[in-house]
Design a protein around this ligand. Sequence first.
Ligand SMILES: *Cc1c(COP(=O)(O)O)cnc(C)c1O
Length: 426
Amino acid sequence: MYKSIDTECVQSGYAPANGEPRVLPIIQSTTFAYDTPEEMGALFDLKKEGFFYTRISNPTSDGLEKKLTALEGGSGAMTTASGMSATALAIFNLAAAGDNFISVSTIYGGTYNLFNITLRRLGIDCRFVSNDTPAEQIEKLVDDRTRAIFIETIANPAGVIADFGKFAAIAEKYGIVLICDNTIATPVLCRPFEWGANVVVHSSTKYLDGHATSVGGIIVDGGNFAYKGNPRYPLFNAPDESYHGLVFADAGKSAFILRVRTVINRDFGAVMSPMNAFLTNLGCETLHLRMQRHSENALKLAIAMKKHPAVEWVKYASLEGDADYGRANKYLKDGLAAGMVSFGIKGGREAAAKFQKELRLFRIVTHIADARSCVLHPASTTHRQLSDADLAAAGVPVNLIRLSVGLEGIEDVLQDVIGALDASQK
Ligand SMILES: *Cc1c(COP(=O)(O)O)cnc(C)c1O
């Protein structure tokens, strides 16, 4: 609607009528009152828009959903309890036991577990490929029960940039829904629908909130996939017995988001609280400014680190010469690659521990993507049960340290990290 995404960040979503609160209000109510049973009935029949129960929708969440719809350029959105639930519900909306989908393996660790363990237990088979697997090989994994292809714009923590061109072409050729986890890029740096994605999922816990206050997620519908008559999507084309015979494909542009809200999350109930929707919406109002600054700080730090003798390697897609540099410049706005930088420290576990103890600004946390800089050493925390060999196989070498560069002044960021690198070798 606006020319600039900066304006969408600030203004989109909630628009007060005359005399209403200027700021998106927190409607902390589970339920909504009506004068007649007929009015409430019309809401249940989807004949009228409105709120009746916060598990289905809520005015505060609705404001955030409308903002993300505008930011991503989609047709509708649904907030969820977390990023994990956004991904799980998106898959459940397309696939049932006996179905399968294809995913890149360089994805968020929690998503990898969901796909590799939990969904398999439920009979949904994930076929992993790498971002670099040739198209012909990926196509061999497609059969008539393949329901989705899953990619991550900027992989956490691998830092790999999704090969949108390749995956979108396969999805289009076979009429398969392309789902993209856009958490780390955010719509400010990449709008996956413009590169062929059909569904976007987010952990809003990260940059959208941006201040580490609220776990949450959101699913955005691109409104750009034809479910009607596509034999891959019986769930959309057969009358839904749990929704008095509705054929969701008939809903056209909002088929995906309508079904995930009124069937899947009606049954799973993984909803975002109004309070978290309020805080996340507030975060989104400054997202454009923050993504710029996170990215600029991260690039300056990555350049300085690359020259440091205690650093074996740095992975950051906007670094010239990086394996993902070309894709970063093609798919990310101005080649900006957000605030997550990984590097390998010389001296293994011992140096990694020294480095972290020396840091003052960067605190040790299991998080990324908030205003405050932070650090995580997977081998001694999230991946500590793995042997050195298992770590290497998982693409998380024992000396890998993940930094999330915050919004502080770059002088302080540099001093903290370079000082700790110096000390790590003593
Ligand atoms: C954190 C994260 C998730 C999971 O989100 P939660 O809000 O923690 O459930 C999914 N994808 C990516 C890329 C993430 O960074």
